[in-house]
Design a protein around this ligand. Structure first.
Ligand code: NAP
Ligand code: GDD
Length: 367
């Protein structure tokens, strides 16, 4: 779908423009095929790294952004600042709650690959807003799948499934492990996962589910536990915070490095056959362990600063996640290199730099 030029160019986003693209731009001037990817959740941690990866591979990248009163595009602003990526990055307003809008976008963009990363992604918050979480995180996936089906496209589809779906099932977890969701978020992800499998079986669509275990980075949202910890370490080190209040310190997670995990997403869609893959490091650390690693990296003792409060505990907890990524290694050749201790160091160093900038107004490189 094309709009009049004036309407197409009407809305600026953080210095960038919303652009509606014609399908005739599917090929570069020199005739080399240009692959088009559509990313939902492009403003989030994974979406921003995936956009970088795909732009680096020469893709034309379309991202769906939600309308909000204040801009929250800081993870992708730098992609608009570089001419070589800005010309191939296009943002469109949309929402996983708006099926008609998704259908119009898919018809207009005609993507070759679609990465559904958008979600209400916070597990604890999903207990507060279960209906909304089910609508966006669960039904949002089927709206997008239906949009693809209605457009009659043969685009390849990636669904951001989650290790949270295993819930109470003991580790190690792989692609054959049964799901036992322990939150509205996890139940919504199970629904979306099965829809993706069903559209593969029912309609022959190329759909892949990446069952990703926790992955973090300096772009991780500040209310996820790793970032909450590394940010607190930086602030305590700088003397602007004295304590950190957390919930359950015994929960164990398999924490990897987000930029490596988006590479696995891309590899899934390049394979000859669609499938479902666990993406994980195969190691597990408790929240307490992560505190110890992060504080120690800054020369601090975690036990001097960390307190607990039941208000950060969940009505039902996921106690222990350890992924077995051997299928991804065998079939996709994907292996992680950054393990949890190195991840904690990367995040602490980044937060120390950010706090320094906040306090002293110094500017530095992008995380
Ligand atoms: P994130 O940082 O929370 O990003 C979520 C993205 O979804 C944001 O861009 C957000 O936009 C967008 N979004 C939220 N509601 C939307 C809606 N109604 N319509 C359109 N967009 C909407 O999440 P992430 O860590 O990058 O994770 C990416 C995906 O992987 C999510 O689906 C998550 O559930 C899943 N996952 C994550 C992990 C992990 O450890 N990170 C592990 C397994 C699975 P705004 O910026 O406007 O809020
Ligand atoms: N957020 C948070 N805040 N978690 C805390 C806190 C706290 O103050 N204290 C302890 N935790 C514990 C949680 O109870 C949980 O067991 C663990 O730390 C990790 O919590 P999060 O970082 O919020 O992540 P998550 O594991 O619940 O969910 C993340 O990973 C999933 C994959 O397994 C999210 O990214 C999900 O979107 C993703 O699907």
């Amino acid at each position: 779908m094309l709009r009049p030029a004036s309407a197409r160019e009407a809305v600026g986003i953080g210095g960038a423009r919303l652009r509606w693209r014609a399908t005739t731009q599917a090929y570069r001037p020199e005739g080399r095929p240009l692959r088009r990817a559509l990313i939902t959740g492009i403003t989030g941690q994974d979406g921003s790294y995936l956009a970088e990866l795909l732009l680096g591979k020469g893709y034309e990248v379309h991202g769906i952004v939600r309308r909000s009163s204040s801009f929250n595009r800081h993870h992708i602003d730098h992609l608009h600042e570089r001419a070589e990526t800005a010309e191939r990055l296009h943002l469109h307003y949309g929402d996983l709650g708006d099926g008609v809008g998704l259908t119009n976008l898919v018809r207009s963009i005609t993507p070759h690959e679609v990465y559904n990363l958008a979600a209400q992604s916070h597990v604890a918050v999903s207990f507060e807003i279960p209906d909304y979480t089910g609508d966006v995180t669960g039904l949002g996936a089927i709206r997008l799948l239906e949009a693809l089906r209605a457009a009659g496209t043969d685009a390849r589809y990636y669904q951001a499934s989650s290790s949270e779906m295993y819930g109470n099932t003991p580790p190690p977890q792989d692609e054959t492990t049964i799901f036992h969701p322990r939150s509205p978020y996890a139940a919504a992800k199970v629904y979306a996962h099965h829809c993706s499998v069903n559209y593969r079986e029912a309609y022959g669509m190329f759909t892949c589910n990446g069952i990703l275990f926790n992955h973090e980075s300096p772009r991780r949202g500040e209310n996820f536990v790793t970032r909450k910890i590394t940010r607190a370490v930086a602030r305590i080190k700088a003397g602007v915070q004295s304590e950190l209040v957390l919930g359950n310190l015994d929960a164990r997670r398999d924490w990897g490095y987000a930029p490596e995990y988006v590479e696995a997403m891309w590899r899934m869609l390049q394979h000859d056959d669609p499938g479902d893959y666990v993406v994980a490091t195969g190691d597990s650390y408790s929240v307490r362990d992560f505190c110890e690693l992060a504080f120690a990296h800054a020369g601090l003792d975690w036990s001097d600063h960390v307190k607990t409060d039941v208000r950060y505990e969940r009505p039902s907890e996921v106690p222990d996640l350890i992924g077995d990524p051997s299928k991804a290694a065998r079939v996709l050749g994907w292996e992680p290199s950054v393990r949890t201790p190195a991840l904690a160091a990367i995040m602490v160093d980044s937060d120390i730099q950010k706090v320094d900038e906040e306090l002293h107004g110094r500017s530095s490189g992008r995380a």
